[in-house]
Ligand binder design. Structure first.
Ligand SMILES: [Fe+2]
Length: 453
């Protein structure tokens, strides 16, 4: 373990130990825990070290907003300057965070651009003031770093080019992630959907930054000009740091959903050209009551809450009228072997050994969401989780086609195990799905899907 990481872990442990006997509760405790991790840190970084040490990452592709995150090495008050002119002569500066005060931070800067126009090309650059913060009255700006590079993105909307890519189960396996990203960069889609299990079990913010902001691949700018949508997988819930994944990957804008659904910040209903995307979060794949997890997960009510959200999302005019309805979630909703995936409900006769590992996704997520997706005429469900590419054609149990993306295995030992980039593009009045085999560098399969009725 590197010294800095060791110190940071020690700081978390110290903060946690103090707070075990703390009178603080709920939100206050959460805030203190998160702050504690930072306050107990020694001064960061040698003088002269770059303040911004990652490319920007475009999070939460939407019609009228965009999230931009980047990594910093010291206390920084970050910002984005954006405009519609390539030279940014019309540039507006937006500070990190929300109202009231900025989100000055010493790890990750998150800037939200709102009030954007649909299907519009925006240019932007990133910057940050280095902050010396002694106390509330003794604050100094000790430097400024502004990247010269101008990046760009295009917002979503009905006019957008109907072209997307899906990556999944990347698990910080750079040998697979690198070439998958190279394929995405070559294809230049309107957006990429990261369909879960980006993580393994992440205990520190440094580990999260390595996955989402500073991957060890050549294309560090993987998400600087192509916006991403994110569907979390079960592994994105695991580890102390991942309990606050929003520190690294921000929640979606609250105005996208009604107050009842305020806590469903990972769900999305986004229109991109002829395609309407629905993003669902299957949550943890172990039972909430699994003794191993000590009641730390509440996936069951979370999935139920998403049913109400889904019902309303499918009624939104731009979603309802889209010629193609594509749903995404990490854990497949259909499996021909019901015992292949862990789930929530198990039959009474299942033995103890299999209790916590038994799949009944068909009876939980599939029952909750499946009928709504079918009624809406969903043609395609894109899932992940199993680390093996699979295609399930519509049958009596599900009217949609289900495609499961492959895992991060580049060993070539098993011909069935290879990473995929699933590309979708509307061409000549059809949605053409091309499954790219990243191990062989060839096209594994091509599927065409007609417009929904
Ligand atoms: Fe996985």
């Amino acid at each position: 373990m590197k010294r800095r990481e060791f110190l940071r872990n020690a700081a978390i442990v110290a903060a946690t130990q103090t707070l075990y006997s703390s009178p603080l509760k709920g939100e206050e405790l959460k805030a203190s825990l998160m702050k504690g991790e930072q306050e107990n840190l020694p001064p960061r970084g040698p003088v002269g070290e770059l303040l911004i040490d990652s490319e920007p990452v475009l999070q939460n592709y939407a019609e009228t907003s965009m999230g931009i995150a980047f990594s910093v090495t010291d206390w920084a008050n970050g910002y984005v300057i954006y405009g519609e002119k390539p030279d940014l002569s019309d540039g507006r500066k937006v500070w990190c965070g929300g109202y009231r005060m900025t989100a000055m931070d010493n790890e990750v800067i998150q800037v939200r651009l709102t009030g954007l126009k649909p299907y519009t090309l925006y240019y932007y650059k990133i910057g940050a003031d280095r902050i010396e913060y002694k106390d509330g009255y003794h604050i100094r700006i000790t430097g400024n770093e502004e990247r010269e590079q101008v990046y760009s993105f295009r917002t979503a909307g009905k006019e957008a080019k109907s072209h997307f890519c899906v990556i999944n189960d990347t698990h910080a396996k750079w040998a697979a992630f690198g070439p998958a990203i190279d394929k995405v960069m070559q294809l230049q889609p309107s957006c990429v959907i990261w369909n879960g299990d980006a993580c393994n079990t992440e205990e520190t913010i440094a580990a999260q930054k390595r996955i989402f902001l500073k991957p060890e691949i050549e294309r560090k700018d993987f998400a600087a000009n192509i916006p991403y949508l994110f569907c979390p997988g079960n592994h994105d819930n695991r580890g102390l740091a991942n309990r606050h994944l929003e520190r690294i990957w921000m929640y979606r804008q609250p105005e996208e959903r009604q107050p009842r659904d305020w806590d469903l910040g990972r769900n999305f209903a986004v229109r991109m050209g002829d395609i309407a995307f629905i993003g669902l979060d299957t949550g943890e794949d172990k039972l909430d009551g699994n003794p191993k997890f000590c009641n730390l997960f509440v996936s069951e009510p979370y999935r139920v809450a998403q049913q109400a959200w889904l019902r309303d999302a499918l009624r939104q005019p731009e979603i309802k009228k889209a010629p193609y309805l594509v749903a995404l979630c990490h854990i497949p909703l259909y499996d021909p072997r019901p015992d292949a995936n862990p789930g929530d409900i198990y039959p009474a006769d299942v033995d103890d050994k299999h209790k916590n590992n038994f799949a009944a996704w068909q009876r939980t997520c599939s029952k909750l969401w499946g009928p709504l997706l079918e009624k809406a005429g969903c043609q395609l469900l894109l899932a992940a989780h199993q680390h093996v590419y699979r295609l399930h054609k519509p049958n009596d149990e599900h009217k949609w086609m289900q495609i499961i993306g492959g895992g991060p295995d580049m060993s070539g030992e098993n011909k069935k195990h290879f990473p995929t980039v699933i590309e979708g593009e509307v061409r000549d009045g059809q949605l053409v799905i091309t499954v790219h085999n990243i191990y062989t560098g060839t096209v594994q399969e091509t599927i065409t899907i007609s417009k929904r009725r």
